[in-house]
Write a protein that binds this ligand. Structure first.
Ligand code: IVH
Length: 676
């Protein structure tokens, strides 16, 4: 690839990952991989300065101000980023450069917390406003009501100082993060990739109560502006801020490059003892007068740098390779590892993805492997330490029989993203059933609170469930369920177990009245989700007409492709499906299309909407219902056929794509106005 092409490729990639990281809280690559790309671009641009353009990711801070409805607040003091350094040599260069310009500078070394930056403004000692970084230069977003829920943010300072603005890092403790994700899993919701994303997602919640429950913390690392007080050094400001009630950054004051390096290494060595994620150390010039003299670029201060630690790597042994069977029957190999602490958590398993990955790395049971976390959270095996391979090991092969039910497992065509999938051919396989039931009960489908993975696992192992329809026959086994303590905490009092059992049974009973789009989604037909379920509900009077619909009828529906039509036809042709539907109906589960929208006369007739982001007053489901009620169609992805993109706060890649395609972007207000 020629240099200009490579530059353009890197810019495109970096902009994409910037959006994923800053706007969507959903990074796909690790900071390390991102940094490597940025460095390559910086290097190419420094060798070919004629190609530098102001829009290049090297020239501005990553995030863009969110498209949205929250109030934009002007930054009084820019919230700059930091220049990254990766080696001792680069760090020493920085120190030398400062020493050449200043007389006897002192430095401060602090841990670099991996969270998100906010600025807090205090008027007369009272917390008045809290803002996110936004674009770092011009605007951020008002998140005051959520920040008020963070215990480590004092609402009133010890002193009634006229005005103060501080900057700090909002983060989530590793332990809290693991508990939040466990709950997400229990409730069938999407898991957060890492504590940073979870903290970012939490801070943007519309409901401050959720913020309170999720227990965020903040550490203050800079005094941005102050009236009524004077300081000479950064260390002094941190001490003062601590006296005012803030939790401030730990710091070490250093003079020589040796002291700085030792302080950086000491933080790295103790990384595991911090309760939150660190991604480096920050080295800052201490004297505020010195800082003024050095100034800033448009992107970073000249008086500070971030020293980024390489991703932590550990060696451990593969004790076993287990085969997991997913809802769709896919067999996924999982390495069981000798547990090791890695980047804040204990790692004891790592997905091996597929046979191709096992072959490429030649991973065998008994091997010592090097592990690292991808995108800061997902344990990944990087390589095998071949010298440590015990004698007598053999290459690992995913079996051609399902480990759970013993049926044959077949290799399917290679998927671009997932490699070759090997699937169990038995749709009644108990492993598939566990995941299917969890999906059936999830919020997106039948929404049965309390029927999460743990309860389902127990119900299956004790023989209460043999297929989906058994859920609706649990009522008659109430006493057995209580005796076997299926619900609630282990060792709970019998009265509590009765209560939680009744709660679950009531949730099951309540779900019987659901509209059939939820039921269709819950059945787990491949390629049929929420939107397709809705389409089917709106096109047929009941489940039995759907079951009897021909391929031709299905494909004739607007929005139904060949794959989903075939999947629906195949699914309903199975005798097992007929049996399950009959039992569900007998148990009283609704089989009629209820809130049908066949009103093609509606104002949105012929229009396709895509929804993205958080809307100010309605949920996305409510908005979809409103659109469909008026004859519109709701689709999951943006394409040339999209008529409107209904965008709320935190709109991400769909918004960018829609803008690129010139699709009309509307707000919730616009939608409501169109209906008046
Ligand atoms: S100083 C002008 N100190 O790292 C002040 N930043 O990669 C510049 N961060 O946006 C920042 N811990 O959100 C500073 N002790 C610390 C920090 C810290 C975490 C974050 C901060 C900044 C990012 C830059």
């Amino acid at each position: 690839m020629k240099v200009p092409e490579r530059i353009s490729e890197l810019r495109k990639q970096l902009e994409y990952h910037n959006r994923k990281y800053y706007d969507e809280d959903s990074p796909e690559i690790s900071d390390y991989e991102y940094d490597n790309m940025l460095r390559e671009l910086e290097m190419l641009e420094s060798e070919h300065p004629q190609w530098i353009v102001p829009e290049s990711p090297t020239q501005h801070v990553g995030g863009t101000v969110k498209h949205g409805f929250g109030s934009k607040i002007s930054h009084d003091v820019p919230m700059l980023s930091l220049e990254d350094k990766f080696t001792r040599e680069e760090l020493i260069d920085f120190v030398y450069k400062i020493k050449r310009e200043l007389d006897e500078p002192r430095f401060v070394v602090e841990p670099k917390i991996d969270g998100l930056s906010v600025a807090l403004r205090y008027q007369g000692g009272q917390f008045a406003l809290g803002i996110t970084r936004g674009d770092g230069i011009n605007f951020g977003e008002d998140v005051t009501s959520n920040l008020r829920m963070i215990k480590s943010i004092p609402l009133k300072l010890a002193e009634e100082i006229p005005y103060l603005e501080v900057r700090g890092e909002v983060y989530m403790d590793n332990e809290v993060f693991e508990a939040v994700n466990a709950r997400q899993e229990e409730e069938g919701r999407k898991l957060f990739a890492n504590p940073r994303n979870c903290a970012a997602g939490t801070l943007r919640q519309l409901n401050p109560q959720v913020v309170a429950e999720r227990k965020l913390s903040i550490i203050i690392f800079n005094l941005q502006a102050v009236q009524g007080k004077e300081f000479e050094s950064h260390a002094q400001t941190l001490d003062y801020l601590s006296e005012q009630g803030f939790k401030v950054s730990k710091y070490a004051v250093c003079k020589t490059e040796e002291e700085i390096w030792n302080a950086i290494c000491a933080i790295d060595d103790n990384r595991g003892s911090f309760s939150y994620a660190l991604d480096g150390a920050v080295v800052k010039v201490d004297s505020l007068a010195h800082r003024l003299k050095l100034g800033t670029t448009s992107k970073v201060p000249r008086w500070a740098i971030a020293y980024k630690y390489p991703p932590e790597e550990k060696q451990t042994q593969v004790l076993d390779i287990e085969i997991n069977v997913g809802r769709t029957g896919r067999l996924t190999p999982l390495a069981i590892l000798n547990p090791v602490r890695l980047a804040g958590t204990t790692v004891s398993r790592a997905s091996l993805h597929n046979q191709d990955q096992i072959d490429r790395l030649d991973i065998r049971i008994g091997d010592t492997v090097i592990i690292r976390k991808a995108a800061e959270i997902i344990p990944q095996i990087m390589s095998v330490v071949k010298e440590k391979r015990p004698v007598g090991t053999t290459p690992f092969q995913i079996p051609d029989r399902c480990p759970v039910c013993g049926s044959s497992a077949v290799r399917e065509t290679v998927d671009e993203n997932e490699g070759a999938a090997i699937r169990c051919t038995n749709s009644n396989c108990p492993a598939q059933l566990a995941r299917l039931i969890v999906h059936f009960a999830s919020r997106q489908a039948m929404d049965i609170e309390g029927l999460g993975p743990a309860v389902v696992e127990t119900l299956l192992s004790k023989g209460y469930l043999k297929d989906l329809s058994d859920i609706y026959y649990l009522q008659s086994r109430r006493d057995d369920l209580i005796r076997d303590a299926i619900t609630g905490r282990p060792n709970a009092k019998k009265s509590d177990t009765s209560k939680s059992t009744d709660k679950l049974l009531a949730a099951i009973e309540g779900s019987k009245d659901n509209d059939i789009d939820r039921l269709i989604n819950g059945l787990g037909i491949s390629n049929v989700g929420k939107f397709t379920g809705n389409l089917l509900k709106n096109s047929f009077p009941d489940m039995f007409s759907i079951a009897n619909a021909s391929f031709e009828e299905l494909i004739g529906l607007d929005g139904f492709g060949e794959i989903s039509s075939k999947a629906v036809e195949d699914y309903f042709a199975q005798p097992q499906t007929k049996y399950i539907l009959e039992r569900l109906q007998k148990a009283g589960v609704n089989m009629q299309s209820k809130n049908v929208n066949r009103s093609i006369s509606g104002i949105f007739r012929g229009a396709t909407f895509v929804l993205t982001g958080t809307l100010p007053s309605m949920t996305r489901d409510e908005a979809a219902e409103l659109i469909e009620k008026h004859g519109g169609r709701v689709s999951g992805s943006v394409s040339k056929k999209t008529t409107y993109l209904l965008a709320g706060e935190e709109a991400g890649s769909k918004l960018t794509k829609a803008q690129g395609l010139g699709i009309k972007i509307i707000s919730e207000d616009d939608l409501v106005r169109m209906l008046q």
